[in-house]
Each structure stands twice: as C-alpha cells, then as structure tokens.
Ligand binder design. Structure first.
Ligand code: ARG
Length: 478
C-alpha cells in the first residue's frame, strides 16, 4: 500500500459518517463529524501498517490487566481470543478497515466489540490511544532499525567481497573529480565499508535509545489502576518503561533520530550511486552493470542506462525530506499529545520503504558490477597522478625541503606536458636539468603500482594495508 492517502486501502470509499453515538468517543457529542472533519482526521489508510504492533501491544496490555486482577481471567481470555480472530481476518484480507473508525487502534477495538461483545470494552482500561500509538510506533521503528541493520551488513559483505577481489587493482583517486593520486579499487570500495559501518552504529544507537516502553503512560498523566508497566515493557521486549508519562506520549525523537540515521545513510548510498553512474559513462568506462540491472532507451537503441543507481541517488530526496517533514511537525508542540503527531507516520514509512529499496538495489549492483581493470589501471597513471611521489622522492632521497621539491616537480610536469608524455616517460636529462642530483632510481616511484604499494601508512591505499583492513572487517561482521 502507499502511504500517500489516508483513505483505507482495503475498504474502498469511506462509508458515510455514522451517528455520533457510533464513534468510540461520541458520548458527549450531539452531532456527527462533518465530512471534512472525517477527511482530515482519518489515518487508517496509513496506520493500518501498524496492525501487528497494535495487536502485540493490546495482548501485552490485556495479560497485564489480568495478572494485576484489573480484568477477570474470563474477560482476558475472551479479549485474547478476539484479537487472534482479528489477526486471522487481517491476514486473510477479510478485516474491514473502516474510515469512520479513524485509525488502526479504533478499527481493532470496534471489530473486537463486534466479535466478542461486552468484554471488548474493558481492554482500554488504564490505556489511552496516546500511549497505545506511541508504543505501536516505537515497535514499528524498532523493527525498521533491525531490518536496516541486517541490510547494512549485507551491503558491507558485498563490498568486502569485491574489495578483496580488487585489493591490488589500480584506479585513479580523485579530488575535485580531477586525477589526484593512484589508489586501488579495493581501497575505494573499503571507504564505503567504513561509511556503512558508521551508519550501522547510528541505527544501533538509535535502536538502543528508543527501546523503552510508553505503554501505561495512558493519556498523559499515568493511571490510577494498579498497572505493572515493567511487565508490559518486558513482554514487548523493551528494556524498561519510560520514566515520565508526559514524555512517553509526546516525544517522537526516536523517529527523528532514526530518520537522521536514514538520511545520512541515504547520503552515503547516493554518493556511491553517483560514482557508479560516472564510472559507467563511456568516457570513464570503469565499470559495467549486467543487463538485468540496467535499462534501455525506447528511442536510442545503443543506450544502457544506470537507472537503479540513479534512483538510489534520488531516494535521498524522500528520505531527507522525511526528516525535514517530521522535524517541522514536532517543532513547537506543547506537551503532551497533539493530533499533529498523527503526521509522524507517513514520512517514517516512506523513508524506510525508500531506504529498504535503495539498500537492496545497491547491494545487488555492488555484487554484480564488472570493473574494467585494464582501463582503470591505465587511467590510474593519467593526469600526472604520481607527481606527489616524485616530490616525496626528492624530499626523501635528496633532502630537498618539500616546498622546493613541490616546485621542481611542478616544473617537471610542465615539461612532460609540453613533450606530451607521462612523468614516467620523461627522459632523465629533463629531470636533471631541473635538479642535477636526480638519478635513474626515481623511476621506481613513478609508476601507479609503486605509488600505491608505497602508501603503507595505516589506512593508506597499499594493497597489503587494504587486505589487512578487509580481514579486520571480516572479523567485525562475523
Ligand atoms: N491516530 C492517532 C495518532 O496516530 C492516535 C492517537 C489519537 N489520540 C488522540 N488523543 N486523539 O496519533
């Protein structure tokens, strides 16, 4: 289902507004809600995605009410049985999602009344939709974090495999998208393993912080019934109940924090996607994607388009947009609950739908991309990419101050450019004309392979270092 529309996905057109007496909260009302009231208020089309969490929360609440003798065992059993039947109806598609019952919570409760009669009315004892929705939504976001953590590990695993294969294969490293210094393709891919590793950390942190139970905060002030919030928290897998009832029903920082993690992660995905797009251009020709991960053009028969990479890049808009949307909804809301907060779900659902797709598509692309290693290696030496190696050699071997070495190297590049050759092809006489102490030995550092192999500093691009980092990550991911 889409999260764009508030109308129920399963029940078609909202039925006409029912009499005030028929809404679950209609006791003090003389008039039924206007059509526009219902239209702006209804959220079942969006929040029916919380059905499993809503049933989970209701079951935990019901068992606790029985354990605390707030509810009789018979009533509790009837309610649990009714909730099971509702689950069956939702799973087989026969559950009537109805707009006049606004949201998932009241749809479930209304159906429970139809199925089991009087005891259904006791389920809402010591509970409010405010703590109910906060609980359901936390459970949903917690699941979303878990899914994302798994997906991130999968993507990191795919990157590690490719990095291992190409630990020593050369490519140009860029700054300003200009050839800068040679690196290995494995080193480049491992940069993303680090980024997605931090994304993993952010989702894990967010998950740990959100894992507290709002259930039992009731409307905003707590409950006069002898409820056991520790029991429901434990049953729902929360570490503890939230310590302040106002906070429990009124903050959505857990959703914001996960959206922030999602937004940063989407930014990383977008950068890698952009690189794949660039690498796939005929001008670069660094990688190709197999047919099953590209598309053709309906007019230009020669085209092979990186649509999946482009769409991963574009999904960032939705995901970061979701963060901005919810941040804006929450800003300036007085404590405790306000109906504004019903607008918390569409951005979160949309962001995670997009992130799930983007992570899966990226994992598939990383696993399947075919690098053209010869072409990348040839490009690795272009653009005088070993000029820094020449300057380093002059400073190291001849003890020239680095600034002077930089100047001499600049002059050498100018000569090479004038002669139309690479630095490695520049005759020794040209170099000695600039600095008389230069010897044949300098050519050993001017090849891209030697340049990479020499960068053994921790975290550098030398293949041995790259392999060591890969081995470390294999242990961390196992
Ligand atoms: N559908 C509502 C939401 O998502 C549930 C909470 C309604 N609470 C209330 N006091 N009207 O926020």
């Amino acid at each position: 289902m889409t999260s764009d529309s508030n109308a129920p996905a399963a029940a078609g057109e909202p039925e006409g507004a029912t009499g005030a007496g028929q809404t679950l909260w209609g006791g003090r009302f003389n008039a039924k809600p206007a059509e526009i009231m219902q239209a702006i208020n209804v959220s079942i089309g969006v929040d029916q995605r919380l059905w499993a969490q809503d049933l989970q929360g209701s079951r935990a609440h019901c068992r606790m009410l029985v354990a605390q003798r707030i509810l009789t065992a018979d009533d509790g059993a009837a309610i649990l049985d009714g909730l099971d039947r509702i689950e069956g109806e939702i799973r087989d598609g026969s559950f009537p999602f109805r707009a006049e019952y606004e949201d998932i919570h009241m749809n479930v409760e209304a159906r429970l009344a139809e199925l089991i009669g009087v005891p259904s009315g006791r389920l809402h004892t010591a509970r409010s939709r405010n703590d109910q929705v906060a609980t359901d939504f936390r459970l949903w976001v917690r699941d979303a974090c878990d899914r994302t953590l798994d997906r991130l590990k999968g993507l990191q695993g795919a990157l590690l495999d490719r990095a291992e294969q190409h630990a020593a294969d050369l490519m140009p490293g860029f700054t300003h998208l200009q050839p800068a210094q040679p690196v290995t393709f494995g080193h480049h891919l491992m940069a993303y393993v680090e980024m997605f590793g931090r994304d993993h950390g952010r989702f894990a942190d967010a998950r740990a912080r959100l894992n507290e139970s709002p259930l039992g905060a009731a409307a905003l002030a707590g409950s006069p019934f002898p409820i056991d919030r520790h029991m429901t928290a434990a049953e729902l897998g929360f570490a503890r109940p939230m310590a302040n009832s106002l906070d429990a029903v009124s903050d959505r920082d857990f959703a914001l924090e996960t959206l922030a993690a999602a937004s940063i992660c989407a930014g990383h995905l977008s950068r890698l996607a952009e690189e794949i797009v660039i690498w796939m251009t005929p001008q670069f020709g660094f990688v190709t994607l197999p047919d099953h991960l590209t598309t053709g053009s309906s007019i230009m028969p020669q085209k092979r388009n990186p649509d999946a990479a482009e769409l991963v890049r574009a999904k960032t808009g939705r995901i970061t947009g979701a963060l901005v949307a919810l941040t804006t909804v929450m800003k300036g809301l007085p404590l405790a609950y306000s109906k504004d907060m019903q607008e918390d779900k569409p951005p979160v659902f949309e962001a995670f739908d997009a992130l799930d797709l983007a992570l899966d598509a990226m994992t598939a692309m990383v696993a399947a991309l075919q690098p053209n290693v010869e072409r990348m290696a040839a490009a690795a030496g272009s653009g005088y990419s070993t000029a820094t190696d020449l300057a380093d050699w002059l400073a190291r071997e001849l003890n020239l101050p680095f600034r002077q070495a930089h100047h001499v190297t600049g002059a050498a590049v100018k000569r090479a450019e004038a002669l139309g050759v690479d630095l490695a092809q520049l005759p020794l006489a040209e170099l000695t004309a600039l600095e008389p102490r230069v010897t044949e030995a300098v050519y050993k550092v001017l090849s891209p392979g030697a340049s990479c192999a020499s960068r053994l500093s921790y975290g550098g691009t030398a293949p041995d270092g790259v392999r060591a980092r890969i081995a470390e990550w294999r242990v961390r991911l196992s």
